[in-house]
Design a protein. Structure first.
Lengths: 253, 253
């Protein structure tokens, strides 16, 4: 797993603007937002999907960076004063708290553009990879709109706010490895269920599940099991994805 | 020109979510932001570049829609209370004024994703078209950061805040028509100079040029002339771009 994480960090570092690139406060805010050494769950799904589809991790290096950039832009905007008004994330001041609201909006905007720039660099099937990322980019915003509007439609919000990015990560990785249609579809099913499981686990950790603790635990275990079953007939090595799913279930951060 | 404008409106209407697509307030805000019947300068540059490169307007329909979506997302975010705090645009309330600040941030975010979705649908050279759009997407944010920071570097701000989108429009149209390298480069030079001319004209209209009126008029005329000269050796019909440049010089809206 460490070799894969190194590939993710290396590719993110390659595509992000150097700190001395003008305007410097924008470059600094973008790098700060993406950080280093996070769990990088979505990039690992992209790399794992490429391998499970019979390709190599390197096929999906740019898709992996792209999905992490997109994910981090959504966090920067979600944290804004007019949105969730969060001052801390991962134990550090949020981007708007550190760089100001205007720079946070603009750094988020630039990170989204950079995500598509990275996706366009995918050696194989770049246009399809971009299309999958764009679909998730629209979906995640739809999920956030309904979350903020507090529609109470948990299934819709979980699917779009969380699972859309997991599904895109898997699809982008699979497409980058030239996966056949059956493998693509299995990997998307894996990611959808893993995304739902991840969200249930999040609710358990945050203590704000709309369901009882027992029900939430049952839902998390059930969706994880469904995710892992989706990996049964893939042409490549699915152990990375399987380990990732097991690790996420019962995680404590 | 009317046939081209129809193609732009038709393609925008095709890619934008229907008003009844959930969440409805997001779909409505996105459609409101893009509007109908504007000048559509950037889409016309994309279509005109495709024709001037020897292709057909239809080759560049998605790039044309994509650049307009990206342009409109930047306007939605520029108008925000924390940015320029503008309440009116094109004689109507701005998106945040009509739909609220949160929906304006999110509608802008979704429009950027949609721009890349449209670009990825380009029949030829989609990945290169996406890369050109992403480069402009990053550049326009850099221009906005320096504009808000009031660095006073007019050349930098004009190039990035305005000309980057013009250049991307021309490059995307040319790439979509499979332009050769020389044509691509001529069309980008046309668009860069037209973008600068457009910005000088804007300053004259708004009365806030950093230069004297005479100097601004001279700069606008000179960059327009340079733009038109860039069109001399193209394989296709450059009259659309030439007419566009003449119309923009001395426009009064």
């Amino acid at each position: 797993m460490n070799g894969l994480l190194d590939l993710v960090e290396k590719t993110l570092d390659e595509v992000l603007p150097r700190e001395d690139v003008r305007p410097r406060e924008l470059s600094a805010a973008m790098r700060y937002a993406v950080g280093t050494g996070g769990k990088r769950v979505r990039p690992l799904i992209a790399l794992g999907a490429a391998i499970a589809a019979g390709g190599r991790a390197g096929d999906a290096a740019y898709p992996a960076a792209a999905i992490e950039l997109l994910h981090n832009y959504t966090l920067v905007h979600d944290d804004l004063p007019s949105m969730d008004n969060d001052e801390m994330r991962r134990g550090k001041p949020t981007v708007w708290k550190k760089f100001g609201e205007v720079n946070a909006i603009l750094a988020g905007d630039a990170l989204q553009a950079l995500a598509f720039s990275a996706a366009a660099k995918t050696p194989k099937n770049a246009a399809k990879v971009v299309a999958a990322l764009a679909e998730a980019g629209a979906g995640v915003v739809a999920g956030q709109v309904e979350d903020i509007a507090a529609t109470g439609d948990t299934a819709y919000i979980y699917e779009h706010k969380t699972a859309d990015l997991f599904v895109a990560a898997a699809a982008m990785g699979a497409l980058a490895a030239n996966a056949d249609g059956v493998s693509l579809s299995s990997l998307k099913s894996f990611a959808l269920n893993l995304g739902l499981a991840f969200q249930y686990e999040d609710d358990l950790l945050d203590g704000d599940s709309p369901y009882s603790r027992e029900e939430t635990e049952r839902l998390a275990a059930e969706t994880t099991a469904t995710a892992i079953r989706s990996l049964e007939e893939l042409p490549g090595d699915a152990s990375i994805l399987k380990n990732l799913a097991s690790r996420l279930l019962g995680r404590n951060v």
